[in-house]
Design a protein around this ligand. Structure first.
Ligand code: ADP
Ligand code: MG
Length: 699
């Protein structure tokens, strides 16, 4: 546990084999080869690889490591590890501790237990992992973790890192091309940045152990609304309880040691809900760090008698958990391309990046929706208690007015000029605090970055960032092609901005996303509203999306088809497990508990009926209502069970996903309504699980 005056700078990153450690431990030649490889791509020569491997191994052993693993992110969205020890026989009955350059750079993994979506046929069940030298190795639980990509022998990406790295290349190329048009000759690379704010729930381990749904599905499948929910908002930024505070301190400490820039921890709106925000960094590291954050949240919680729930909607009727992906573009010279500039030229450039973003989100809205589609997130997006799953952008009053004046060529009041002349006038400074008043918007411009808020709390941030990077690469490339040919640059730019803002302003929405009327208005605007995974996931393979990713070498058609299938399958599997758990809980716990209560009520009825003048109304009406609901629940449970048996696995994944949405999920919802009603009329001592109030207000 962290001492009150612990020297954080001294231990921050001390389990990371980072640049400074490499500089100290490698020869000048090896260090500069590695640096060159990171900055301009290309392979490491074997001498360098060997030297790095040796130094990395010695360093890791000093940190207590005995094993190493290629740490990768298969398409399941979690991380995978296969541990090997460093030991090699020394020929005299003992061992040496070794790690060769070959082992560092390339590993083999049996890929057959990871989803491949049909990419990998059985005769080539093995996949290979390759070190991503742009991400630092680190030590976790006595194991040296080497961040790697994971591919099939045919070269297809079987993971989330490979396409993420490809998309970073694509956006960098396109952005540099735009910067050259604005006279920049210095910038060599543009690096997308992300700062994902992570929401989560903490509940007592003891309570969770008594709920099969939380143990198996990570969310409650039943639970009547507690008398006090989050109506009072008294948890938000409230004081942090001692057990949670101790958890947060230890989590920070563990994360800092592995170099995760955990910055703020606070309570969220719902009781038992909290948030961690890191300092932003390049999207590749941000993605690795978010995976580590989620993993550490779970393990540290256990040590405090808690369970960390990362599910998007652990409790019905209570706020869900999401992840806000703050995204911006930074040059290798340290400039943020999404910050409105001070000079007219910088502003023109800013407006062009803004236009690319707006156009891209409008043209590829289905794809953006698709990247956040999971069974869990269906409860947050387009679900009962959620705003419609429409992708829209909130810009704030100032930018709205600027865009309006550009489209209509009308006066923009603040500038005091007749109209805003692109490349000649500067736009006024946009105050940061006024840009984020709308918390309901799926995407908000927040001063110098875009905040994409549709992500589910449990998902990897790789998918959404791959999409944003590639979409931006596409739009910027289109713009570059037009502007590179322009005879009068400012005039062409002015036209391009005006037309882009005019044609794509339908995606800009400043109203309340939770307002019922927004769904209708969005429809009138022609914006897609894809309510569930079964509706949204097929967008992966829309022709325009296949072209987009293929054009920028991020995904091949095969790779996209594989992802589409894997995600649809995981949607079906999740619902299948949830439905089975429901059937089990109804059959073995709820129905017997209610029956026992009915039985006791009947006994009491019989006993008391001989007492003169006694009123038997409570027993009578309770028995009637309980037995009616219990038998309905029993019947529904049977139907649900039959529905699961009737899932026809010979049909394609899209058909099966629709079946789960329309049949299985509907039955689950009906069963829940009945069970929750039963909970509210069953005497507390009979109810077989901890209630919402017990789970959420455990202290
Ligand atoms: P909020 O009001 O949502 O808490 P903050 O400005 O504190 O907003 O930032 C929230 C998250 O956004 C943090 O994780 C932070 O690191 C990240 N962030 C800040 N600036 C940028 C940027 N330029 N690019 C990407 N992420 C950023
Ligand atoms: Mg935020």
């Amino acid at each position: 546990m962290l001492e009150p005056n612990a020297n954080v700078p001294a231990f921050f990153g001390n389990l990371v084999f980072h640049e400074e450690t490499m500089r100290q431990r490698l020869s000048e030649r090896a260090f500069s080869s590695w640096k060159r490889c990171v900055e301009s791509g290309g392979d490491l020569d074997s001498a360098t690889a060997n030297e790095i491997a040796g130094a990395m191994k010695d360093w890791a052993i000093e940190k207590g490591a005995t094993h190493f693993t290629h740490w990768f992110q298969p398409m399941t969205g979690i991380t995978a590890e296969k541990h090997d020890s460093f030991i090699v026989p020394n020929g005299k009955g003992g061992v040496l501790m070794e790690l060769s350059g070959k082992e560092l750079v390339r590993g083999e993994a049996d890929a057959s237990s990871f989803p491949s979506g049909g990419i990998r046929s059985t005769f080539e069940a093995r996949g290979y992992t390759a070190w991503d030298p742009t991400a630092f190795a680190f030590v976790k639980e006595n194991t040296l973790c080497i961040p790697t990509v994971f591919c099939s022998y045919g070269g297809h990406a079987l993971d989330k890192k490979t396409p993420l790295l490809r998309s970073m290349e694509a956006i960098s190329r396109a952005s540099v091309r735009i910067l050259r048009l604005f006279g920049d000759t210095e910038v060599q690379r543009v690096i997308p940045q992300a700062g994902p704010e992570q929401e989560y729930f903490l509940v007592s381990k003891e309570m969770v152990s008594r709920r099969q749904d939380l143990k198996l599905c990570g969310r409650t499948l039943f639970g009547a609304k507690p008398p006090k929910g989050q109506e009072l908002d008294d948890h938000y930024y409230g004081s942090i309880k001692p057990r949670v505070a101790a958890f947060m301190r230890e989590l920070d400490e563990e994360l800092w040691k592995v170099g995760v820039l955990a910055k703020t921890e606070h309570n969220e709106v719902a009781p038992a809900q909290h948030e961690l925000a890191p300092i932003y960094t390049d999207v590749n590291s941000a993605c690795d760090q978010n995976q580590l954050t989620m993993e550490f949240m779970k393990t540290v919680a256990e040590r405090h008698g808690l369970v960390c729930l990362l599910h998007e909607k652990p409790f019905a009727g209570v706020n869900g958990s999401g992840k806000h992906n703050n995204w911006s573009l930074s040059t290798d010279t340290g400039k943020n391309l999404l910050a409105p500039g001070k000079t007219p030229r910088q502003n023109a450039q800013f407006l062009l990046f803004l236009a690319a973003f707006i156009k891209g989100m409008d043209e590829y809205a289905e794809m953006m929706r698709c990247t956040v589609s999971t069974a869990g997130n269906d409860h947050r997006l387009g679900g009962n208690e959620a705003p419609p799953a429409v992708v829209s952008i909130f810009l704030g009053d100032e930018l709205d007015a600027i865009i309006k004046s550009i489209i209509e060529r009308t006066e923009y009041v603040e500038t005091g000029k007749r109209n805003l002349q692109i490349g000649v006038d500067s736009i006024p400074t946009i105050p940061q605090d006024s840009t984020d008043r709308n918390r309901t918007s799926p995407i908000a411009f927040t001063g110098n970055k875009f905040e994409f808020r549709m992500l589910g709390s449990s998902q990897s941030i790789a998918g959404p960032n791959i999409a944003i990077n590639t979409i931006m690469a596409e739009e910027l490339t289109q713009f570059a092609e037009i502007l590179e040919k322009a005879e009068d640059f400012n005039k062409e730019l002015d036209k391009l901005l005006r037309h882009t803002f005019r044609d794509h302003s339908r995606i800009i929405f400043s109203g309340n996303g939770y307002d019922k009327s927004w769904g209708d208005e969005a429809e009138a605007r022609g914006l897609p509203n894809l309510r569930s995974c079964a509706d949204s996931l097929p967008s992966y393979i829309l022709e325009k999306n296949v072209k987009l990713f293929a054009n920028h070498n991020v995904f091949t058609r095969t790779e996209l088809e594989a992802r589409c299938d894997i995600h649809l399958e995981s949607y079906c599997k999740t619902l299948h497990i949830e439905a089975l758990t429901m059937v089990d809980m109804i059959t073995r716990s709820i129905v017997p508990a209610v029956s026992a209560y009915i039985n006791d009520l009947s006994l009491s009825y019989t006993n008391r009926s001989s007492i003169p003048n006694v009123c038997l109304e409570p027993e009578q009406s309770l028995i009637a209502e309980l037995s009616l609901c219990n038998s309905h629940l029993w019947e529904l449970c049977g139907q649900l069970s039959d529905a699961l048996m009737a899932d026809d696995i010979s049909r394609n994944m899209q058909q099966r996903a629709r079946y789960y949405r329309d049949t299985v999920f509907c039955l689950m919802e009906q069963a829940r309504v009945l069970a929750d009603h039963l909970e509210s009329i069953t005497a507390a001592k009979y109810w077989p699980f901890p209630t919402y109030a017990e789970l959420l207000y455990q202290g």
